[in-house]
Design a binder for this molecule. Structure first.
Ligand SMILES: Cc1cc2nc3c(=O)[nH]c(=O)nc-3n(C[C@H](O)[C@H](O)[C@H](O)COP(=O)(O)OP(=O)(O)OC[C@H]3O[C@@H](n4cnc5c(N)ncnc54)[C@H](O)[C@@H]3O)c2cc1C
Length: 288
């Protein structure tokens, strides 16, 4: 196995394009290194992305959004107060990944590209309407939505040589907020049995925009537009919350495993959606 650490995205794209055999990118390495050691993947080439300028940076864009370099670890996100204020749900999802040590390395891009339906930050990014800037084999740039990338357990719609350059978060409306919650069988260091992200904007006290995404209850993380619809025009009255829960439960197509039965996961999805919606709503009200 060969290891390279190029110092530009174009160089990385060129190396990847000319590589024979399989290629793995190294962001934080918290998935890649485990997979290499267990023999799950035996790539011919590992391309370390951390020496590329911008890969570890978080930049406020001119329109008030955020550009998060693809190898930026969770701890960096948490250290940026304005980012925590704009996208608390994204930051709290990243803060749930593994332990303090893992968070010192684990990136949003790696979480996305690993393709796990239980990935904690992917529902939060999906609900946020995040986009992904990609450098393709000929160094061409394109931008895709998170939804364009999720495909199946352990797989994405990225082409084998595509490199994620950044995760992009839109500007946050003044009266908006998000929240992410997950259920795990113990207090930490486990993967989600169910995850739920809710993102919303308010007009006065009324929900004017909403999106809801679920993790670990289907072969991919899923956006649930019917659930978001239940919140629009409401102040989270009881009926809206019951409809939200019902829509989320209906969107589930989970597996049955040692962490939770199908029935349990479906039931918890409804409960988490209600709690995440209340948290996002409260945060949005406090921003007004
Ligand atoms: C002890 C432990 C606990 C964990 N707990 C959690 C948890 O609670 N929740 C959770 O969601 N995950 C958890 N994980 C999994 C892992 O930490 C996350 O998925 C993390 O976000 C991966 O990010 P990374 O930067 O380390 O990715 P890497 O390991 O560097 O890469 C992961 C995958 O993405 C690809 N990739 C990385 N960067 C790019 C890029 N820029 N362009 C294209 N492809 C790329 C790699 O080729 C690889 O296939 C845990 C892992 C460990 C070891």
């Amino acid at each position: 196995m060969e290891y390279v650490a190029p110092n530009s995205l174009d160089k990385a794209a060129e190396i990847a394009a000319n590589a024979r055999g399989s290629v793995r990118y190294l962001a934080g390495g918290t998935d890649v290194l485990v997979q290499l050691r267990s023999g799950l993947h035996q790539p011919s080439l590992v391309i370390d992305l951390k020496r590329i300028p911008g890969m570890l940076d978080v930049v406020r864009t001119a329109d008030g959004g955020w550009k998060i370099g693809a190898a930026t670890p969770a701890t960096t996100l948490n250290a940026i107060k304005e980012l925590r204020q704009s996208w608390p749900g994204i930051v709290e999802a990243a803060e749930l990944i593994g332990s303090t040590q893992i968070q010192g390395r684990a990136s949003l891009a790696g979480n996305l590209c690993n393709g796990s339906p239980a990935a904690d930050t992917v529902p939060a990014m999906l609900a946020a309407g995040a986009t992904v800037t990609i450098v393709g084999a000929n160094a061409e740039r394109k931008t895709l939505s998170i939804d364009d990338i999720v495909k199946a357990p352990g797989q994405t719609h990225l082409k084998p040589r595509d490199i994620v350059a950044s995760i992009n978060l839109p500007a946050r409306s003044q009266k908006g907020a998000d929240a992410y919650l997950r259920f795990i069988p113990r207090t930490e260091m486990d993967i989600a049995v169910v995850g739920c992200a809710v993102n919303m904007s308010l007009d006065g006290e009324t929900v004017s925009e909403a999106s809801v995404a679920l993790g670990a209850v289907a072969p991919t993380v899923v956006l649930v537009p019917e659930a978001a619809e239940c919140l629009l025009g409401t102040r989270l009255e009881d009926e809206a919350m019951e409809n939200l829960s019902m829509s989320c439960r209906a969107a589930c197509n989970p597996i049955d495993d040692k962490r939770g039965t199908v029935e349990f996961r479906i039931s918890i999805a409804g409960v988490l959606a209600q709690r995440a919606a209340r948290t996002a709503y409260q945060r949005a009200r406090e921003r007004q």
